[in-house]
Design a protein around this ligand. Structure first.
Ligand SMILES: Nc1ncnc2c1ncn2[C@@H]1O[C@H](COP(=O)(O)OP(=O)(O)OP(=O)(O)O)[C@@H](O)[C@H]1O
Ligand SMILES: [Mg+2]
Length: 297
């Protein structure tokens, strides 16, 4: 079997049971008021002594679509991986559904994983399985549902992403944009309360990217889910966001509604949203002195 290229822990590794019960929780907690569904408290992460994120605070609330944006390499995917428990922070804590995930063991984390779905950049489909089997996989792994029920549920999930007639095709027989949609159908297989998206429109033409944006908004409205979208596509970000967070040099430098971000006077924010090559955001990401580096100091 060809393995998906990106992390699949959230959809395939988790062990646990009773996602039907979790689905009930989804509908009741969606109205739970102003308590954040995700709290990022003062987190930081270092890789080989290099600080990538530091002192990040972030509250994301039930039902909202939060967009995390920022330049390439600023740590967006890393932040997403921290929030879904794929990385452990070097400092600080992260609360998902009011549980401190920095404190959970693997089994407890697997239980929480059933409550959120992730759409990876590549779609991360299993190439040896049909589209329908890919969507059915989390249901087969984590529920006791009978085959005919799973078949109906797969149809419902594929209908939500507009691909009901494509269940029998192999991933190699569908386009990149369709793969993303199948990835999305799989991400919602267990009726998650939160859907995380990493660069959902990357590599898609503007029309297909627009379709994916529409799906994100549609799912958020129809299913009442909380969405966390990492993107550097400004057009898409302003269209789908209820609130936006801008990362720069390891910190959140701006947070607010699309209008507040648009009107930000921060030069780095303005440079990023206008795409200007000149401004505080540097081309070079190395922090060490070039001359000293060449001299081996
Ligand atoms: N497992 C890891 N080991 C070492 N360094 C890492 C690891 N994961 C991420 N990094 C570093 O963290 C920094 C941020 O990477 P990340 O992938 O989060 O950026 P990004 O904002 O998602 O960029 P892009 O927009 O290009 O996807 C990079 O410098 C990267 O090298
Ligand atoms: Mg990334």
């Amino acid at each position: 079997m060809t393995e998906p290229v990106e992390e699949t822990a959230a959809t395939t590794d988790a062990t646990g049971s009773a996602p039907e019960v979790e689905a009930t929780v989804a509908t009741t907690t969606a109205d739970a008021g102003p308590e954040p569904i995700i709290r990022v408290e003062d987190i930081g992460i270092d890789f080989q002594g290099r600080t990538v994120l530091d002192k990040i605070h972030m509250n994301i609330y039930h039902g909202e679509t939060a967009v995390i944006m920022g330049g390439s390499g600023c740590g967006k995917s890393t932040l997403l991986r921290l929030i879904v428990g794929a990385y452990r922070p070097s400092r600080g804590r992260i609360l998902l559904f009011n549980e401190d995930i920095t404190d959970l063991d693997d089994k407890e984390m697997d239980r929480l994983r059933l409550r959120f779905g992730i759409l990876f950049q590549s779609g991360a489909l299993y190439n040896s399985m049909t589209v329908g089997e890919n969507v059915a996989l989390p249901m087969r792994e984590h529920t006791d549902l009978a085959d005919d029920i799973i078949e109906i549920m797969v149809k419902m999930k594929l209908e939500l992403v507009g691909l009901r007639d494509f269940g029998d095709l192999m991933p190699a027989q569908i386009s990149g944009g369709m793969k993303k949609r199948v990835g999305l159908a799989r991400a919602i297989a267990l009726d998650p309360e939160i859907i995380f998206y990493d660069e959902p429109s990357a590599g898609l033409d503007p029309i297909v990217a627009g379709v994916v944006d529409m799906l994100i908004m549609d799912l958020s409205k129809k299913l009442g889910v909380t969405s966390v979208v990492v993107t550097h596509d400004m057009h898409s970000a302003f269209k789908i966001a209820d609130r936006m967070f801008m990362l720069y040099q390891g910190n959140v430098i701006a947070e607010g509604t699309p209008d507040e971000i648009r009107n930000s006077t921060d030069p780095a924010v303005q440079q990023f949203i206008t795409g200007a090559p000149d401004g505080p955001i540097p081309l070079r990401m190395s922090k060490t002195d070039f001359a000293k580096d060449l001299m081996g100091e």
